[in-house]
Design a protein. Structure first.
Length: 325
């Protein structure tokens, strides 16, 4: 992997950060025209299908375990892959492993790497001011998911991608994912089909009947794909919304980021959001012993195996290392 390129940095300005009680208007770059119906329809459909988990016929403890494991496994495609690896260049891995994390992320149905990284880097540059594409100061529901439904020229389009994700858009792999919308869709559907087929095989072997196989296959599909996708969505969206409203602040950063212990646990370390905004270059969000960061532990394991290099330590460790040099 080539040496990491520096992420876009917030320009030094004299503007004050809005206090939590203040309110913002939606960004002026958000179009007031038609909704992005592909997002409205796909998100609504997936939420509706997720309600099928209430059917006793589709319940199995194996599917529940598959769901829980999938939230952690596929969620690392976002936490480690899209976020710490691509958006912040907090580590470097071989290209094949980078691509593997991207495939995991695409199986969470959270958009292409270029779109995700562009939006996230833009957020860091304009956190909790009007230009921020998803600040909760412009409305909690807006920050959680409403911002996805409207065109925003600041984060969508060639100019935005070249401004915030030039290191990705110049890569043929990422450029192809961006240009051909069928590829991300095919990857998501292919992984759903594999999980369904695994359920059919397991159910057929376990029950000795094809109907038993189909039942477990559908259970795997609803629990292990649809519900898991929706839950990972809400975990990611909660970082945008909840961790800029609820929690404690260890650092007086220039926005309203918070450390939220619930999301610190369920989002594999992403919930220590104030720590992250204080030191966004770091591969670790754990600044106190009890601020458990499972994603950082994953990165340290990759480093121990020789699969991760240039792992950026927390700022305090970097300063201590420079002091000893």
């Amino acid at each position: 992997m080539n040496a990491p390129e520096p992420q876009p940095r917030r320009r030094a300005t004299a503007r004050a950060v809005a206090a939590p009680a203040d309110r913002l208007q939606r960004p002026m770059s958000v179009a007031r025209g038609p909704l992005l119906w592909r997002y409205v329809i796909s998100l609504s459909l997936m939420h509706a299908l997720a309600l099928l988990v209430v059917l006793p016929w589709l319940f199995s403890w194996t599917s529940v375990v598959l769901f829980a494991a999938g939230v952690l496994f596929f969620g690392q495609g976002i936490n480690l892959g899209y976020h710490r690896l691509l958006a912040h260049n907090s580590l470097a891995v071989p290209k094949w492993l980078e691509r593997a994390f991207v495939l995991l992320a695409l199986c969470t149905m959270q958009d292409t790497p270029v779109k995700w990284v562009t939006s996230h880097r833009h957020h860091h540059k304009f956190s909790d001011v009007q230009a921020d594409s998803h600040s909760p100061l412009a409305g909690f529901l807006w920050s959680h998911m409403g911002w996805l439904f409207y065109p925003n020229s600041a984060t969508r389009g060639v100019m935005a991608y070249k401004t915030y994700a030039h290191d990705l858009i110049d890569d043929p792999f990422y450029r192809r994912l961006e240009r051909d919308w069928r590829l991300p869709v095919a990857i998501y559907l292919a992984h759903a089909l594999l999980i369904y087929a695994a359920g059919v095989a397991a159910g057929w072997i376990g029950s000795g009947t094809l109907s038993g196989g189909i039942q477990l296959g559908l259970s795997f599909l609803v629990w292990g794909v649809v519900l898991r996708t929706v839950v990972v969505w809400h975990i990611t969206w909660s970082i945008n919304s909840l961790t800029h409203v609820f929690g404690y602040r260890s650092y007086e950063t220039r926005e309203n980021s918070r450390n939220n212990w619930v999301l610190g646990l369920f989002a594999s370390g992403e919930g220590w959001h104030n720590n992250h905004h204080h030191d966004s270059a770091s591969a670790s969000n754990q600044h106190r012993w009890w601020e458990i960061d499972l994603t950082y532990y994953h990165i340290l394991l990759l480093e121990r195996l020789g699969l991760a290099t240039n792992v950026i330590r927390p700022r305090a460790e970097r300063h201590a290392a420079r002091g000893k040099a």
